[in-house]
Design a protein around this ligand. Structure first.
Ligand SMILES: [Fe+2]
Length: 320
């Protein structure tokens, strides 16, 4: 009996050593260096989907699957070289929102914002209706053809719904979508003649613009980070994964203070205002799905650093 136990234990230890060997010595070509594994490794057991979900929840990026044993490694942080680019000036123009700032524009449930940087214009989300989106853009003097990048935060219709009509006007864009989007979205983008890039983990989009990577909500959602000389600007669609979590994620990825958080905050509890202060968020522009009560709480707490956001609002961020 004792011998059997010793044999089983030896077998188990042997198996673990073999598996570790496979993990460490290159069974997977992308395997990180041994020293990183020593401090960052985490073993998961389970089926692929549950492991991926758990790893994503824990902000772990790479999961290597030999059989049903998985190893995950923490997110790669952008290198110092990537961090060196900071925008001196950016402009955010809200072209779709259920809150109104400019009465000449149409409100509707949803969100879209045009972000102008030194590299051109990016459309963040597309609202729910392309007619409203394009009409508001036209009234704000933004030509669809001037957009080069489109970033879709999540699959809900009030953020994705305007994409098809937008691509009809301009298909010379790259659309950054979540890797969790259904095949129908990819097919639609392709059929319109546009390109798409699927995002899973945190990623540099271009120059000073990053995706947080897809965080699980539900639904899965990515947010945008722009690195400016004043600090990070975070743009969220609906913040389903939690607005505090998104802010922390951005700070973790780029290691800088947050200057502004703008977009839908997804009805957080009122304590979020205090959390933002603790996180050192300088300015806030909550809109869309934030909820009136929390929005007012932000207004009271932030005073002049609260920005009334809604369709028609233009925020310019520049050094003096
Ligand atoms: Fe939404």
């Amino acid at each position: 009996m004792k011998n059997k136990f010793v044999f089983q234990r030896s077998l188990f230890i042997g198996l673990m050593l073999v598996m570790s060997g496979l993990l460490i010595f290159g069974n997977t070509p992308d395997l990180p260096p041994l020293k990183k594994l020593c401090c960052l490794n985490k073993l998961f057991l389970g089926d692929g989907n549950s492991v991926l979900r758990e790893a994503r929840e824990m902000s772990l990026e790479y999961v290597f699957p030999p059989a049903n044993l998985y190893l995950a490694k923490e997110h790669e942080l952008p290198s110092k070289k990537l961090q060196s680019r900071q925008e001196a000036e950016i402009t955010l123009t809200c072209v779709y929102d259920n809150y109104q700032v400019n009465p000449a524009l149409q409100t509707d449930w949803g969100f879209a914002c045009v972000i102008q940087t030194s590299r051109g214009k990016l459309l963040f989300d597309t609202g729910g209706n392309s007619n409203i989106l394009l009409s508001n853009m036209e009234k704000m003097g933004i030509r669809p053809g001037s957009i080069t990048l489109v970033f879709i935060s999540h699959v809900h219709g009030d953020h994705l719904g305007g994409l098809k009509g937008f691509l009809k006007k301009n298909n010379q864009v790259t659309v950054f979508i979540s890797d969790t989007f259904p095949e129908s979205v990819r097919e639609m983008i392709k059929s319109r003649g546009a390109k798409y890039v699927e995002i899973a983990n945190s990623k540099k989009i271009v120059d000073s613009i990053y995706s947080t990577g897809v965080l699980y909500g539900p639904p899965s959602e990515q947010s945008l980070i722009i690195e400016t000389e004043k600090g990070l600007v975070i743009v969220t669609g609906c913040a389903h994964p939690g607005i505090g979590r998104i802010v922390k994620k951005a700070q973790q990825l780029l290691g800088r203070k947050v200057y502004l958080v703008v977009g839908g905050f997804h009805h957080p509890p009122r304590e979020v205002v205090e959390e933002f202060r603790k996180l050192g968020v300088k300015k806030v522009a909550p809109s869309h799905c934030t909820g009136d009560e929390v929005r007012e709480a932000f207004r009271r707490e932030y005073g002049q650093d609260f920005i009334e956001f809604g369709v028609g609002r233009i925020i310019q961020i520049k050094n003096n």
